[in-house]
Design a protein around this ligand. Structure first.
Ligand code: BES
Ligand code: MN
Ligand code: ZN
Length: 494
């Protein structure tokens, strides 16, 4: 749920603070001397001055220092939100600090808040306002659809003070972007009995009605017609049949299309190669890639970005059953290559094999796939950084830059020739698993085998970043929506 904040940007004047019950001061060390220029109410200005004179730990990124000040108009809550020091004072610090501040405002049941930051005295720094707005919306996210007695925070009107002319526009953009990320999070946080492949279809169709997105759905009959046996094999053991969904957005005439292809495994039990039962429930998040793509397409269309993008959601449920695919099976993907199924738990790369192929048939000239593909990426890179495997360094640089704008970290792993060798099968063209060694790379390279030769392609493994185990900064425990914002920012760079 996004709606607890109503944000607008306003000029930095003393009058802007009238009637507010809360003030958040976003502060990095270098900016502290400029606080007097923010025209804070006297009580607040005094409290800040006195506190800063005696304390040096207020600048830690995301640290909140709170005061309750008696004023003529009643009690005023003042929060200093730390945004770092030195050259470290990046927009992402403000995003994180705003995430923390959002929860503090909700907790205090603030109704009228003002956000002020010395950095926004600079008319060239409107993008910091955007980062703060994104942080407020993302950090304030809650998912309580299934709580019988939901405790919603009251709606809070926030004035974000800025001297930058583009702030108003950028705050609007931030709201659209954050809404898309929260849309992704909602899909991820809903369990497997709620979000099935068909529910992904309905979400896409609903979006197609509202926005300039052309939606195509392939059900199991059409998948069969197209020869997409890989995604069909994955879905065979489930009562909820697979779906391939495409959303086409044309915002740049006849410019070439870039495709975003997401893994949409709505629940991954492992299939016949069944997973151990501890934390298996977490595998409801195995459709994060597809949700990212849907969320990104939503924002791209709402913003009317000047680019041409195709979103493909490769959706299936991976369940064990009498009809399920077995280890040892050999299936032929839509591009004609045969796959020896070593593990039915390596299902993501199979749905994506047909997904990236389909994106190419729809005319994509560049392909980016995004997937909770491996547990190995957690071992390699932890839970803050997503892995990239690609055939094109320029595309990787673009992705990393988009990630920087989004506050999402990426690390490229090498497309090693020995990993390419490792996925060759004795009896078929490819193995769907080469075991643990180089697991992120072999998984990525497998998918690359199904992209048309010569096209730039990058694979993003969000196995470690799709879900957060604790609430911190812009992340709220549960689905993070990691990837959505990167794809939106990337679309803005196309
Ligand atoms: N969805 C999982 C990957 C995953 C597991 C992500 C745990 C995050 C946390 C994927 O389908 C899978 O099961 N991958 C296997 C691949 C292996 C069989 C080659 C894995 O990582 O163990
Ligand atoms: Mn799996
Ligand atoms: Zn999976």
């Amino acid at each position: 749920m996004l709606n607890q904040f109503e944000l607008c940007s306003a000029p930095i004047t003393a009058a802007a603070y009238e009637k507010c019950d809360s003030i958040v001061l976003f502060l990095c060390k270098e900016c502290a001397p400029a606080v007097p220029q923010l025209e804070l109410p006297v009580e607040a200005a005094k409290a800040v001055e006195a506190y800063l004179a005696a304390h040096d730990d207020v600048y830690d990124v995301g640290a909140l220092t709170s005061f309750v000040l008696p004023t003529k108009g009643g009690l005023l809550q003042l929060i200093i939100a730390g945004c770092g020091e030195g050259s470290d004072c990046k927009p992402n610090n403000f995003r994180k600090a705003a995430g923390e501040a959002a929860r503090a405002l909700h907790k205090a049941k603030a109704r009228q808040a003002v956000c002020a930051a010395p950095i926004l005295l600079n008319p060239q720094r409107g993008f910091y306002a955007q980062a703060i707005a994104e942080g407020l919306f993302l950090g304030g996210y809650t998912f309580n659809r299934f709580k019988s007695e939901a405790k919603e925070a009251p709606l809070c009107a926030v004035k974000l003070l800025s001297s930058a002319e583009d702030s108003a526009k950028l705050v609007e953009v931030a709201e659209i972007e954050a809404e898309a990320v929260c849309f992704t999070r909602d899909l991820v946080n809903n369990p497997g009995n709620v979000v099935t492949p068909q529910v992904m279809v309905e979400a896409a169709l609903a979006m197609g009605k509202e926005l300039p997105l052309e939606v195509t759905v392939l059900d199991e009959v059409l998948l069969k017609d197209r020869g997409m046996e890989a995604i069909l094999a994955v879905g065979r053991g489930s009562e909820n049949p697979p779906r391939m969904i495409a959303l086409q957005y044309n915002g740049a005439g006849d410019a070439p299309y870039t495709a975003f292809v997401g893994k949409g495994v709505t629940f991954d039990s492992g299939g016949i190669s069944i997973k151990p039962d501890d934390n298996m429930g977490e595998m409801k998040d195995d459709m994060t890639g597809a949700a990212d793509v849907l969320g990104a397409m939503r924002a791209i269309a709402r913003l009317g970005l000047p680019c041409n993008v195709i979103g493909v959601l490769a959706c299936a449920e991976n369940m064990p059953d009498g009809r399920a695919q077995r280890p040892g099976d050999i299936v032929r993907a839509a591009n004609g290559k045969t796959i020896e199924v070593v593990s039915t738990d390596a299902e993501g790369r199979m749905v994506l094999a047909d997904g990236v192929w389909y994106a190419c048939r729809l005319g994509a000239k560049k392909v980016i796939d995004i997937a909770t593909l491996t547990g190995a990426v957690i071992i390699a890179l932890g839970n803050e950084t997503s892995g990239i495997v690609a055939n094109n360094d320029e595309l990787v640089e673009q992705l990393k830059l988009a990630g920087k704008y989004a506050g999402e970290n990426y690390w490229q792993l090498p497309a090693l020739p020995e990993c390419r060798e490792a996925i060759k099968s004795d009896v078929a063209d490819l193995l769907n698993s080469a075991g643990r060694a180089g697991g992120v790379i072999t998984g990525g390279l497998f998918i690359g085998e199904f992209v048309d030769k010569g096209l730039p392609w990058a694979h993003i493994d969000i196995g470690g970043t799709s879900t957060a185990t604790k609430t911190e900064g812009v992340k709220v425990k549960g689905g993070t929506g990691f990837g959505t914002l990167t794809l939106i920012k990337l679309a803005g760079m196309l």
